[in-house]
Design a protein around this ligand. Structure first.
Ligand code: 3EB
Length: 345
């Protein structure tokens, strides 16, 4: 009798199915969590911001775009799979069975930006081939003094030429280009970091903008090889990566030297990309305010307060906002914004 009563109270464990592993996640953590984050073997990368670009250890990257807002935050990329650490050529990487997170930094020295870029991109292509991560998903490029002219060509243009020479331009390559950021720092290093994958992502273009790879030649002798955004399915989670987005309609700069108008144009372009991503892939969000985080690259520190208050007014308080000091590839642009959505939390 007694044992029967007890039996009736036995509670079966409800959630016996193992939770599906997170293949990739992005989090913004307070700087005080750096020691724990560094010692966590599942950390893929820690992105930090400072005066000089630097690859500090096997996880942390310091990007030479100092944080004007959000300096108490670290960007942390993590996975539930145990990543493997390695180096191929000058590329340091951490990889899992689905993705590779790579970083490479080259001193500017006496070489041209074109040849440094070509070398970096050739090494990245080789790594993708040898380790079998053929689909580039997202790239970040930090170039020293991006608006400087060497031998009559602006450094951003030399970068575009070097990149174009190194990438595979066989038929249809335009539909596999990754999302990208390319902005300027004030140090002497070219820093590139990236995420590539075993399986394809879905490229998103902006109907309000000429695709960068179709820009007229006056912007760069070889077209800028990047897509406006990329959607990538990581297990059960869908991410959106929005490239550096500027106040450009068609292929022309809008609102020259008008700060808040440029900011609105950037955010409009990003809203269009989010909407396109939703229509094409069922992303599940409808505008920029629902992104996980945005990074605003700003030329003039004096504009910080105006930008921050306008962004909060437009986007509310859910989205993480970092404002970073950087130079922008067209001299008539005052800012550029990238964004990421890493799935419902
Ligand atoms: C633009 O839309 C702005 O060359 O990889 C933004 C993001 C820009 C990436 C790149 C350039 C790049 O043309 C510039």
């Amino acid at each position: 009798m007694l044992s029967g009563l007890l039996d009736a109270k036995i509670i079966l464990p409800m959630n016996t199915r193992p939770r599906q592993k997170t293949l990739l996640d992005i989090q913004y953590r307070l700087r005080e969590m750096l020691p724990d984050t560094l010692s966590d073997p599942c950390t893929l990368a820690i992105i930090d911001f400072g005066d000089q670009s630097q690859i500090s250890n096997d996880k942390q990257i310091i990007v030479g775009t100092p944080a004007l807002a959000g300096s108490d935050l670290l960007e942390v990329w993590r996975t539930d799979e145990l990543p493997e650490n390695g180096k191929l050529g000058d590329i340091h990487y951490r990889r899992t069975s689905t993705l590779i997170f790579g970083r490479i930094m080259v001193d500017n020295g006496n070489d041209s930006i074109e040849s440094i870029t070509q070398n970096i991109y050739q090494q990245i292509s080789r790594l993708q081939q040898e380790l079998n991560y053929p689909q580039m998903i997202r790239m970040w490029n930090y170039l020293p003094w991006i608006n400087r002219h060497d031998d009559g060509m602006e450094r951003y243009q030399s970068f575009c030429v070097g990149r174009h020479q190194a990438i595979d331009t066989s038929r249809g390559f335009e539909s596999h280009l990754s999302a990208a950021t390319a902005v300027g720092t004030h140090d002497n290093n070219v820093l590139v970091y990236f995420i590539a994958a075993r399986e394809d992502g879905i490229q998103i273009e902006n109907p309000l903008q000429v695709s960068a790879f179709d820009y007229p030649a006056r912007y760069a002798p070889k077209s800028p090889a990047f897509s406006r955004a990329m959607v990538k399915q990581w297990g059960k989670s869908k991410h959106l990566y929005i490239s550096g987005t500027a106040s450009i309609l068609g292929h022309e700069t809008r609102h020259k030297n008008k700060l808040l108008e440029q900011l609105d144009e950037c955010l409009n372009n990003m809203d269009v990309l989010v909407a396109e991503a939703h229509v094409q892939t069922g992303l599940g969000i409808s505008d920029t305010s629902q992104l996980t985080a945005i990074k605003i690259y700003l030329i003039d520190e004096e504009n910080l307060e105006a930008v921050l208050s306008h962004v909060r007014k437009r986007l509310g308080n859910e989205v993480e906002v970092l404002i970073l000091s950087a130079d922008i590839c067209r001299e008539d642009l005052l800012l550029e914004i990238e964004g990421v959505y890493s799935g419902k939390k």
